[in-house]
Design a binder for this molecule. Structure first.
Ligand code: ZN
Length: 104
């Protein structure tokens, strides 16, 4: 009978230990998960920011008409002649030069 008692105690002890261990690992995993979620949130924020920036850049990618040959060109790649507030855009240096020659 004493043997059985001892065995029961050991078994109960081990069971208790397992419960405690699982609680501890549970807490640790929870903490890790929270950290991961936080990281994910900041990654999402960064991704969102980049998207917004990209969208703004895309909006700046305006298409303008070459005032000499009439070709449609990206504004940021255009050659520009500005007279006062008005700006003329050109697809190439040649178009720009010809435009200046013709308009004086
Ligand atoms: Zn042109």
């Amino acid at each position: 009978m004493e043997m059985l008692d001892a065995l029961l105690h050991i078994t109960l002890g081990l069971l208790l230990l397992r419960i405690v261990m699982s609680i501890i690992t549970g807490i640790l995993i929870n903490k890790k998960m929270q950290q991961i979620q936080k990281n994910n949130a900041s990654i999402l924020e960064i991704l969102y920011d980049q998207k917004v920036i990209q969208r703004n850049e895309a909006m700046n990618d305006e298409i303008v008409r070459d005032d000499y040959c009439g070709k449609m060109i990206e504004k940021r790649k255009a050659y520009i002649v500005s007279s006062g507030d008005h700006k003329n855009y050109f697809c190439s240096w040649e178009c720009r030069e010809k435009f200046i020659k013709e308009t004086g």
